[in-house]
Design a protein around this ligand. Structure first.
Ligand code: PMP
Length: 293
């Protein structure tokens, strides 16, 4: 593992932040999860854009330019010196006192962790997985906009716990109005009447980097796409369904709330998009020269 903490590269054992950091005390901060495939940092620019936009919403001034952040990420990946990596970038409000006031935190903390990721078990990719709708709703934008990728994941964690209590691995989260938003750490797609549909960000979906990639691939292969409002009816009657995310990539979904989706096995469009996504992952990003230092 390789860790960058506020400008210094340190070992995992020495990597630490203050107990007064408001990221720790209040979940006050932002983060990104980024993949490296064959030495290529997949869509680094898009991840940086989302990181800085999330920080902008929180009035959190990241103490380095996006270019300098990009360089620090590249250097962390280079030092880790493995072709396949998972990068976690965290910018927190920094250390303050025990009150909420962000103005009392003069210096945000910047942490970059280069590690590896455990994907979902292989059978989920070959056989598909089952989802359940949970009672915990995705927070509306007037509570905390789900487009902000913040360190506050309790909403998602509560939904994940609910899914696990119901014997499922993953949850479908609805928004306050009952429209489908997303899963706890992944976006959701369905094939309906020959079109590929995914909840729009206004319905409470994060604008996932993988989601955007899949929408682009779909357009390239001539598949019509909709970013729209979906209800559970649209999920239950879908021909195919899958989840997308940086860690999960593209995972077929074959059962939702006990209803079989399509043929009950991963569908052909899902497989086609997955194959194209695997190619894109190695083609679209920042190449890192991986000689161990
Ligand atoms: N939704 C949520 C809530 C997430 O946390 C994530 C990423 N971890 C996603 C969707 C998928 O986004 P991406 O494809 O950028 O990883």
């Amino acid at each position: 593992m390789q860790v960058y903490v506020n400008g210094q590269f340190v070992s995992a054992a020495d990597a630490s932040v203050s107990v007064f950091d408001h990221g720790f005390l209040y979940g006050d901060g932002v983060f990104e999860g980024i993949r490296v495939y064959d030495g290529t940092i997949f869509r680094l620019r898009q991840h940086l854009e989302r990181l800085y936009q999330s920080a902008q919403c929180l009035m959190l001034t990241i103490p380095m330019t996006p270019e300098a952040m990009g360089d620090a990420i590249v250097e962390t990946v280079r030092r880790r010196a493995l072709p396949s990596q998972y990068i976690r970038v965290v910018v927190s409000r920094g250390a303050g006192d025990l009150g909420l006031d962000p103005r009392l935190c003069p210096t945000p903390s910047v942490i970059i962790i280069a590690d590896t990721i455990a994907l979902y078990p292989a059978p989920f990719y070959t056989d598909g997985l089952a989802l359940v709708t949970v009672a915990t709703r995705r927070s509306p934008s007037w509570v905390l906009d789900p487009r902000i990728k913040s360190l506050n994941y309790l909403n998602n964690i509560m939904a994940k716990i609910e899914a696990q209590q119901a014997g499922a691995v993953e949850a479908v989260m609805l928004n306050a109005e009952g429209y489908v938003a997303e899963c706890t750490a992944d976006n959701l797609f369905v094939m309906r009447q020959g079109r590929l549909a995914t909840p729009c960000v206004a319905a409470g979906a994060l604008q996932g980097v993988t989601r955007d990639s899949v929408l682009e691939i779909a357009a390239q292969v001539g598949l019509e796409t909709d970013e729209t409002f979906l209800t559970r009816y649209d999920l239950y009657t879908a021909e195919e369904c899958f989840m997308t995310g940086t860690g999960a990539e593209i995972v077929p979904v074959v059962r939702i709330d006990g209803r079989q989706i399509g043929a009950g096995t991963p569908g052909p469009v899902t497989a086609r998009l997955r194959a194209a996504f695997v190619d894109l992952c190695r083609a679209d990003g920042v190449q890192v020269g991986l000689q161990p230092v």
